[in-house]
Design a binder for this molecule. Sequence first.
Ligand SMILES: NC(=O)NCCC(=O)O
Length: 397
Amino acid sequence: MTSTSELESIDTLVSRSLSDSDLEEFNRIYYGRKDKHSLAIKTENIEYAEKNNFEIAAYDFPAQKEECRSPRIVRVGIIQNSIATPTDKPINEQRQGIFNKIRNIIDTAAAEGVNIVCLQEAWGMPFFFCTREKLPWCEFAESATEGESVQFLKSLAVKHGMVIVSPILERDDAHGDTIWNTAIVIDECGKVIGKHRKNHIPRVGDFNESTYYLEGNSGHPVFGTKFGKIAINICYGRHHPLNWLMFGLNGAEIVFNPSATVSGLSEHLWGVEARNAAIANSYFTCAINRVGTEKFPNEFTSGDGKPAHKDFGHFYGSSYVTAPDGSRTPGLSRIKDGLLIAQLDLNLCRQIKDKWGFTMTQRLDLYANSLSTKNFDQMKMQQQKFGPNVSTRNMLP
Ligand SMILES: NC(=O)NCCC(=O)O
């Protein structure tokens, strides 16, 4: 289910083209990496990954030693995956094929000491929203506590004593079978400790997701886990700086961004948005994108006057991790399943807040005032009087 005509990755292109010393400078200037900070991976896991056709990479994000606090080291593992079988196969076969791949990758993450795993958006199904067809696709929606993928991951969480963040399509049968795009958090004992429902729904390209599920109603929850305070900003939410801000205000130390996005649309934005969010909010971000090209049984149109077609385009993977100081890992492959492991010292969040003062110097009072209902009403009145070009300065008392 992966395409070979696509470029493997920008990072392999760069590293193949530069001398060692130029590559070191590239990493320093562009990625903020003072040295390679690669972590050693056990030989048997490298061999296992090769045999099972997924990439494995590992990086370290150390913090300075402090006198009063011990280091708070956590290993996160982010997983990008393609689908496993053609999309015209029975639902259970499609689902099981993906489960088999994910089990291999999570077992490997555990063998490398990973504490928290996060999967990509809607990881257990093809990204069928382009089709606008309800059946069979809505059959992938499942209960957030007892669904097929939830049970599958609960057992892996217990087996490995790890926290697993799992983005699913949630069917809430207690509330009119409402469907949501949800990330659930399973703790190391196999308990679902909470969930977040995607706040922002795309209305761009073939991302016809509003046909299937509603805008989330869960706010900006942060989950206190054994390994750190985590939050999930699902896919299109990464274009909304205030969405990122709210997770930070609520105390997140790591924000996962499970995504599904295609080349031609967003690839030039991909390396910017989650990285910028880490800088602006002094937390770690983990951006995870689906990989591969998915074809569907029936043709659909994109509303752009071009001929009907059966594929969504290429999901370009390129998952990466950014630290609060803005340094980042290279991206995973654009064409292959992958596991990216990052060892984070969460002490870095406070160290960067102290160094740069971004959270201390932000003016939430000014923003809140400008965004308040009273000021919106004033703006509307002014716009009625003077036209749409009225300056926001006119809104302030
Ligand atoms: N899944 C999703 O929200 N994709 C929207 C496209 C994008 O944000 O790049």
